[in-house]
Design a protein around this ligand. Structure first.
Ligand SMILES: [Mn+2]
Length: 426
């Protein structure tokens, strides 16, 4: 299933006049304020976010899962779904695979399929939070941190296999997220668990190809409720430093306790050249994994302000790998992802509007009111015509959700795949 690009253009044609009026009006205002509108549009067009293969079906909770009709049940279909997102938004030019859910049968065919959609393979993700069929050892009491050497070795071996699979597809990074931890006080020796994790991560790091990066994700709780071995950015940062130059911290927005100042974490990591990857979502209470920007768009904007600052001022930090990491329990997963992509681009565009020179002057003068005005003037600007222009120039839809519905994408997917097709994942 593929979107007919002609039909996107036909639909755009009907909205073009209204778009032009809004875009010209905004451009004039921004140019008067000293913004380089073309530069912002180029940056928006370049900003590509990886879609994880597990976000294309309905997600579940530990109480149940309500599947969505027409879900992709094969790797080929998952790539097709990302192709649909990319055709409409021009922002989803990468897919992030999860092993063992997405092991290719025919590597060349998979690479060709992805290339035909204009999609590259971003970070590959290992899975040591579940026991795999026929596995000799169990991860019931942890994987890389496990007190049994045989379990740790199995978990390391799995990560090496994931690297090998990613390497054959053109991926350049491995993301490790550990579910390891403990449910009860006294269950784990904290120091031994951390030492084992560090040793295992070093074993994985040593096997990384020269041009690869290792991303170490952190999370304060869940599935373990008393302790998590890699609980926060500091622990991840320390482990990345122990591994070496090509190991980095990965920030997932949902993996923080409520009210954590995530933008400050971003600034700290970028200053130290250690922010490697970034997972987008939103949350109310914890790792809710809901649509990006659906609850805290201003917090997302403040985070983007630091990301933009870091990308402009921290050559020691690599260009981060961007990915959406969300779970779609209620909405059509593809519509949900389109909304997330829009929210990401919106926050990025607003952060690009901030006059960093003026902000710096106001900071130096301790003009706190002015500092807030500068940030909020950018935040209050309706930048959607800029996003639309960036999409239009790339051949995407002026209004992606509307186009998705008008072109009856979900109905077509159900016709091809059936009502009961279920995506692999949680
Ligand atoms: Mn994540």
């Amino acid at each position: 299933m593929r979107i007919d690009k002609e039909r996107i253009q036909e639909k755009n044609q009907k909205e073009l006049r209204s778009h032009r009026e809004k875009f010209d009006f905004l451009s004039n205002v921004l140019v008067k304020d000293g913004c380089n509108v073309h530069d912002i549009i180029d940056k928006l067009a370049e900003f590509q976010v990886a879609i994880p293969s597990w976000a294309l079906g309905a997600g579940g909770t530990r109480f149940g899962r309500f599947s969505f009709q027409g879900e992709p049940s094969t790797l080929e279909q998952k790539i097709d779904d990302v192709g649909i997102l990319h055709a409409l938004t021009q922002t989803a030019g990468a897919i992030s695979l999860h092993i063992p859910w997405d092991v290719p049968q025919d590597y060349e065919a998979i690479k060709q399929l992805a290339a035909s959609h204009g999609i590259v393979f971003d970070a590959v993700n290992s899975n040591t939070f579940q026991d795999q069929k026929d596995a000799r050892e169990s991860y019931r009491f942890g994987s890389l941190s496990n007190r049994e050497k045989a379990v740790r070795e199995q978990a390391v071996r799995h990560n090496l296999e994931v690297i090998d699979i990613g390497n054959r597809l053109g991926s350049k990074s491995l993301t490790v997220w550990l579910a390891d931890g403990s449910n009860f006080p006294g269950q784990n020796n904290f120091q031994n668990a951390l030492q084992n994790t560090q040793d295992s991560l070093k074993d994985i790091y040593r096997a990384l190809p020269e041009d690869w990066k290792l991303f170490i994700e952190y999370k304060p709780y869940e599935p373990n409720f008393y302790s998590t071995v890699i609980q926060d950015w500091g622990t991840s940062f320390m482990l990345a430093n122990e591994c070496g130059d090509r190991a980095y911290t990965l920030v997932d927005l949902g993996h923080h306790l409520p009210n954590t100042n995530i933008e400050q974490i971003v600034a700290t990591l970028m200053m130290k050249g250690k922010l490697g990857g970034f997972h987008f979502n939103d949350s109310k209470y914890g790792d809710d994994d809901i649509t990006v920007g659906s609850i805290k768009p201003y917090a997302l904007f403040l985070i983007f302000n630091e990301l933009v600052y870091g990308m402009n001022n921290n050559p020691q930090n690599p260009y981060p790998a961007w990915m959406i990491d969300a779970s779609h329990n209620i909405k059509d997963p593809l519509e949900d992802l389109i909304q997330s992509l829009e929210a990401i681009q919106e926050a990025y565009a607003k952060a690009l509007l901030i006059d960093q020179g003026q902000l710096r002057t106001a900071q130096m003068e301790n003009d706190v009111v002015r500092c807030q005005e500068i940030l909020q003037n950018a935040y209050r600007t309706d930048v959607r015509p800029l996003l639309q222009e960036a999409r239009r120039k790339g051949g995407g839809a002026l209004s992606p959700i509307d186009a998705y519905r008008t072109l009856k994408v979900r109905e077509n997917l159900i016709n091809v795949r059936g009502r009961n097709s279920v995506a692999s994942g949680l």
